[in-house]
Write a new protein. Structure first.
Lengths: 284, 417
């Protein structure tokens, strides 16, 4: 953003102050994530940079905490990772199916009580997690689903659907309904029309909603804290316990893996968003 | 339409109006059937359980069920003087049954909530009641301890007769019903919940302000830079947004600890002495810093999406009409961004007011919020009705903001990423 030549000096100064402030805020946002990277390769058991690390001495770096994460006998990270993935995948499938179908109904202009129903469907995203946790715990305890994978998957479907509903309704808002009518006039039944016409067009929105649902489930700890037994431990639960009791470098190794995972998800989501905008003909 | 106008008919002879209405109704049902599965699912697993919390929070059947005969006999008692023999006899009968089931301890705990001093006299009564003779229970019970002859204690029992009570809500506001039945506050130094409510509001408010102050300039920069640069910078906003909350909290725990990098930096530039490193974690500072960074993307994204729609020519027009850049910004640009400011601030405030994980990890004792207290009662004291009551008090606050948000922004305008 170059300034025009005629800019007066004090505006020029002000402009550089503004850029410095922006730089500082970006640093504040992103720098904390990068502290974890080098420290997870620390050869020592401390959570600060050793003198060797400051000198970039290769001996000060090691993979011991990654080995500990994978092979450590006392570490339940393997079980936690397995549980996290199973729960997140099923929760994502459930959220995507329920959320997409609901979004199709909500974007119909014939939908009665649209505002009220939308408010109910979005509420799990707005209500503080602790309250959702208490309420869902009461329900699962009564239904006999506390401390089961099923219970946690159901809970995560509740928390994940708002994201799918929001992203899919947003995609549908630019959707040209005449294409489905065209399909119908050519003799296609509604299910065929949905699979062959509507779904391919709204797919980017569906997938990005699914990614939100996946991350919500994969990252969720408050509700799981109420619901999980020892068998159902997840990565966030293990991190929570670890952070409460003792910050060990193994947690940093796990955290590094999670940051890499979230980078991958971010890239996918961004590519999908652009594709969706192209498909809907939104040019920016 | 006058009645003289000829009705328009469809080919099969049905008036067009009727036929259209029928089609409309069919479409309505179709749309509703699509939403129904999710709506039903949420109502059963989510909305009803929240209603269940309401029920639990006022439920006070425990004592009612422990002393059924006593309360029946008390119905005719005016509460002025000691109750008559009938009440004492009924109480004795209930009490013997409780002792048989080994539940008199629970009764004493419950009654002690209402009035201090029940614990010891119930223990004493249990010992003495073994040697009670039949008849004249009033005399026998009163001789166990002088408090049993005090009408105040019988009034305290009577206050527990109703099956429902609002006392958990009063407790959440550090209030209780005293002997005269008036609502009063607890002593100054025991008002822990009010402190927590105020602290929650204070932290949520300042976190919102900090987020706004930091997000506004960078959202503006992102919206005005050419695409290729802004896309790169956008990653700085989106990467934290997609990263696990616990990972971000962990990084703050590393940065803010006493031997941590921030403190090292302060020592390095000579701001603080090495042996006098400030405590930046396990207190309010920790909560403020970590929550601001974690919630910042939620402020940037709505601001950005509003600023993106403001045409740069508006600012140029303002300047060409003689305004300085500051005037043009203040009079033209800023008012146009107000919808984004409203959306971002409400969103961050709603999220901050119910925060649990981060304050629990970096907040220590002075940086915890009301959510932590709810979790404490759910997991440690197991006073679920109190946890429910506080949860609903928090929820009603959030719903007011949610309603405001809906009025100002519209929930269908929430944008993600």
């Amino acid at each position: 953003m170059a300034l025009p030549k005629y800019t007066e000096p004090h505006y020029r100064i002000w402009h550089y102050i503004y850029l410095t402030i922006c730089g500082a805020v970006f640093f504040f946002l992103i720098a904390p994530l990068f502290v974890i990277f080098p420290l997870s390769f620390n050869a020592e058991e401390f959570l600060s940079f050793s003198d060797g690390m400051k000198r970039l001495d290769p001996d000060a770096f090691s993979l011991r905490w990654y080995k500990d994460m994978i092979y450590g006998t006392k570490n339940p990270w393997g079980l936690a990772a397995k549980n996290s993935f199973i729960i997140a995948i099923f929760a994502t499938i459930g959220s995507v199916i329920l959320g997409t179908v609901a979004a199709l109904g909500l974007s119909s202009r014939h939908m009665p009580y649209k505002g009220l129903i939308m408010a109910v469907l979005i509420s799990p995203m707005i209500v503080p997690l602790i309250i959702s946790g208490v309420a869902i715990f009461f329900f699962m305890a009564k239904a006999g689903l506390a401390a089961t994978h099923t219970g946690i998957v159901l809970a995560h479907i509740i928390l994940g659907t708002p994201f799918v509903v929001i992203t899919v309704t947003a995609t549908l808002s630019g959707f040209d309904h005449s294409v489905t009518r065209a399909a119908a006039s050519l003799g296609s039944d509604p299910i065929n029309t949905f699979m062959k016409i509507t779904l391919p067009l709204i797919l980017p929105g569906v997938i990005s909603g699914g990614l939100f649902a996946f991350v919500t489930s994969f990252d969720e700890v408050v509700v799981v804290l109420f619901l999980a037994g020892l068998e159902n431990t997840t990565i966030p639960i293990q991190m929570w316990t670890g952070l409460r009791e003792q910050l060990s470098p193994t947690i940093l190794a796990v955290a590094t893996c999670l940051i890499i995972l979230s980078t991958l998800i971010l890239v996918t989501a961004e590519l999908l968003r652009r594709r969706s905008e192209r498909l809907r003909g939104i040019n920016r | 339409m006058s009645s003289e106008t000829k009705q328009i008919l469809t080919t099969d002879g049905i008036p067009l109006e009727v036929s259209l209405k029928k089609a409309e109704r069919k479409n309505k049902i179709k749309a509703f059937l699509l939403v129904a599965p999710l709506l039903l699912f949420l109502i059963i697993t989510y909305v009803f359980p929240i209603g269940d919390m309401l029920f639990r929070s006022v439920d006070d059947k425990m004592v009612t069920q422990m002393l059924p005969k006593t309360f029946k006999a008390m119905e005719n008692w005016d509460g002025q003087e000691l109750p008559d023999e009938k009440v004492f006899a009924a109480f004795h009968e209930d009490f013997i049954k409780l002792v048989e089931d080994k539940r008199e301890g629970k009764l004493s705990t419950q009654l002690n909530y209402t009035k201090n001093g029940f614990k010891s006299i119930i223990k004493k009564l249990r010992r003495k009641s073994k040697s009670f003779e039949e008849g004249n229970y009033k005399e026998q019970i009163m001789s166990v301890h002088k408090r049993w002859a005090d009408v105040e204690y019988w009034r305290a029992i009577q206050r527990r007769a109703p099956e429902f009570t609002g006392q958990k809500y009063l407790k959440g506001m550090d209030m209780y019903v005293n002997e005269e039945g008036k609502i009063v506050s607890v002593e100054e130094d025991r008002r822990i919940h009010r402190v927590l409510w105020l602290r929650t509001l204070e932290i949520a408010f300042f976190v919102t302000v900090f987020c706004f102050l930091m997000a506004y300039p960078i959202a503006h920069l992102l919206a005005t830079l050419p695409m290729k640069y802004s896309n790169l910078l956008m990653i700085c906003v989106l990467l934290p947004f997609w990263t696990s909350l616990l990972v971000r909290t962990a990084s703050w725990m590393i940065l803010l600890q006493q031997q941590g990098i921030v403190n090292d930096f302060f020592v390095g530039i000579g701001l603080v002495a090495d042996d006098n490193r400030p405590e930046m974690m396990y207190n309010k500072t920790g909560s403020y810093v970590a929550m601001t960074q974690i919630l910042l993307p939620f402020m940037v994204l709505p601001l950005y999406s509003v600023m993106k729609t403001i045409s740069p020519s508006l600012m140029r027009a303002g300047k060409s009409l003689g305004g300085t850049p500051f005037v043009a910004f203040w009079k033209v640009y800023f008012p146009l961004t107000i919808p984004g400011i409203g959306a971002g601030c409400l969103l961050v405030f709603i999220l901050a007011i119910g925060y649990y994980i981060t304050p629990a990890l970096v907040g220590g004792a002075s940086g915890t919020l009301i959510s932590n207290q709810i979790a404490f009662h759910m997991k440690s004291t197991l006073d679920w009705s109190f946890a429910s009551a506080m949860g609903l008090m928090l929820l009603s606050g959030v719903l007011v903001i949610y309603w405001l948000y809906n009025k100002l922004v519209g929930i269908d305008n929430i944008k993600l990423g």
